[in-house]
Design a protein around this ligand. Sequence first.
Ligand SMILES: Nc1ncnc2c1ncn2[C@@H]1O[C@H](COP(=O)(O)OP(=O)(O)OP(=O)(O)O)[C@@H](O)[C@H]1O
Length: 228
Amino acid sequence: MSDALVVVEGLRKLYPRGVEALRGVSLEAHPGELVAIRGRSGSGKTTLLNLVGGLDSPTEGTVVVAGREVTSLDEAGLLDLRRDVIGFVFQSFGLIPVLSASENVGVPMRLARRDVAEREERVRTLLALVGLENHVNQRPYELSGGQRQRVALARALANRPQLLIADEPTGQLDSQTAGKIMELIRELVRSEGVTALVATHDPSLIGLADRVLELRDGAILEESARMG
Ligand SMILES: Nc1ncnc2c1ncn2[C@@H]1O[C@H](COP(=O)(O)OP(=O)(O)OP(=O)(O)O)[C@@H](O)[C@H]1O
């Protein structure tokens, strides 16, 4: 058996009106690996990440994450998977506007019914890890874009997921801020021992990734060598 954390086999996705967004994609990601997925707009990156994370279902093919066959889980199984196994980060941050930074980070732990002391400790640790120890009580609108994405990263890691899925995490950031967020992702993948799949156009992450997969028109085009 493979020791891969993520095993994707023969994934096809047909959207209505005949758009074939993925045309038989297979890939593996191993524990602790940072895998960048690049490809121009419309190449299928978001579709692929949504299928791996159980946010959508494929037309054909299978996805296994941490030994769970995502593509055959029912709604309850998908909820457990998204709460316990996978952390998500999106381009648009997705923070809850009325909650402070620390409350946003605490949400997944509330959903997982972690006790208050454990939750508060983990929130403090994570906000320090992303460099926001002095911003814990600020709401999203009082934070910069880069700071918002730091909160989103801390939230994604709250329940110690085995897999981090990030879809264009720097898409709304200027290039300097983007570079810092990418370095932070690299550090967090190391310090938290998480596996990450990151869709990006950003050259700064491509250089930091262990592996780079290129999607073109719904198929994986090339896999560049591990960068060490
Ligand atoms: N819900 C949908 N219904 C129909 N077609 C869709 C839908 N979502 C995506 N597509 C199409 O599927 C293809 C792949 O889209 P996808 O969003 O996965 O690409 P992407 O590489 O993430 O693009 P971007 O970098 O612009 O986010 C595109 O041709 C897109 O127009």
